[in-house]
Each structure stands twice: as structure tokens, then as C-alpha cells.
Design a protein around this ligand. Structure first.
Ligand SMILES: CC(C)(COP(=O)(O)OP(=O)(O)OC[C@H]1O[C@@H](n2cnc3c(N)ncnc32)[C@H](O)[C@@H]1OP(=O)(O)O)[C@@H](O)C(=O)NCCC(=O)NCCS
Length: 147
């Protein structure tokens, strides 16, 4: 298995992996998002390849916090069904962590939603600790159901 930084030659495979992770998006939008990432020095994607087939993806971004400190954020993490549970996800996280360290980033954040039930255990196994949970509310103001 090879893990390499995604390049423009990988755009199709990259979009397939992104679509598998975020299926509610349009493929073209995801493709465009990858193109933007390629032009952005503070973002990166790593793709895992097995026998020239793409089997996993991790994306990360350098962000600036309210305290002006830079930190790393995991934007997406995905391994195809058939390759899960064999350490590919862990190796992708290691590759991204090394990239952050190379950029002098020493703190990494990530988040998840219930749509990804495997994610909490995988994050814990990768050394993350849970620090917060949020509840998002919505209220429509243009219907009769409001009091
Ligand atoms: C999360 C994900 C990327 C992990 O990839 P992976 O290749 O399976 O990860 P690894 O094999 O390196 O396993 C990492 C850890 O995850 C946990 N894990 C993996 N598969 C699991 C399963 N089926 N049940 C419970 N825990 C599991 C284990 O703790 C494992 O650590 P261990 O091997 O030391 O026990 C993969 O499961 C995935 O793509 N899931 C769907 C998308 C997703 O949830 N992405 C994260 C969104 S925030």
C-alpha cells in the first residue's frame, strides 16, 4: 500500500473517494473543491493506493484559532469498505500528522456526526480525545407553525 499527496493527475480518483464520503454533494462540486485545494498551500489531501486502486483518503487544513494560534483540522477521512479495519485509516492519519508537524503544527482537531458510527472509535484509536459536543437547532420563520 502506498500513501501519497493527491496531485492533479489524481483528481478523478480523489473525487470518487470524496463522493463516497460525502454522498449528498454533486461530484462536480467535489472535483472543484479538490482543484481549489491543489492551489492552497495550507490544505492537503493524501490518497492511499493498493495495486493502483484508490482505497482511502484523508484531507487536512491549517486553520487559525480565536487565540491566533495555528492548528490542524481533519476535513475528511475515508477508507473503502473492503479495506477497513486493516490499519489504512491509521496510516492515513499518521501521514497527515507528519505533514502538520512538518508545518510546525502541534495540535490537531477533528469532528464527526452520527452518520459516521465508526468515526469516534477510529479517532480514539488515532490518539484523539473528545473535547466537546454541540447541538444545532433550526427554526423556520416563514411557516405558520411558529408560536
Ligand atoms: C474511520 C475510517 C476512515 C477508519 O479507517 P480504517 O482503515 O478502518 O481504520 P484502521 O483500520 O486504521 O482502524 C483504526 C481504528 O478504528 C477502529 N475501528 C476500525 N474499524 C472498526 C469497526 N468495524 N468497529 C469498531 N472499531 C473499528 C479501531 O479502534 C481501530 O483501531 P485498532 O485497529 O487499533 O483496533 C473508516 O472506518 C471509514 O472510512 N469510515 C467511514 C467514514 C468515516 O466515518 N469517516 C470519518 C468521518 S469524521
Amino acid at each position: 500500500m502506498d500513501i501519497r499527496i493527491a496531485q492533479s493527475a489524481d483528481l478523478d480518483a480523489w473525487a470518487d473517494l470524496r463522493l463516497a464520503l460525502w454522498p449528498w454533494n454533486e461530484r462536480e462540486d467535489l472535483l472543484q473543491g479538490s482543484r481549489v485545494m491543489l492551489d492552497n498551500a495550507h490544505e492537503v489531501a493524501f490518497i492511499a493506493w493498493q495495486d493502483d486502486q484508490p482505497i482511502g483518503l484523508i484531507e487536512g487544513q491549517i486553520r487559525r484559532g480565536d487565540d491566533a494560534q495555528l492548528y490542524g483540522h481533519v476535513e475528511g477521512w475515508y477508507v473503502v469498505d473492503a479495506a477497513r479495519g486493516k490499519g489504512v485509516g491509521g496510516k492515513l492519519m499518521d501521514a497527515l500528522s507528519q505533514w502538520f508537524l512538518h508545518h510546525h503544527i502541534r495540535t490537531l482537531f477533528s469532528d464527526t456526526i452520527p452518520d459516521y458510527p465508526l468515526s469516534p472509535a477510529a479517532h480514539r484509536a488515532a490518539g484523539f480525545e473528545e473535547v466537546d459536543r454541540i447541538i444545532i437547532f433550526r427554526k423556520r420563520l416563514d411557516t405558520d407553525t411558529n408560536r
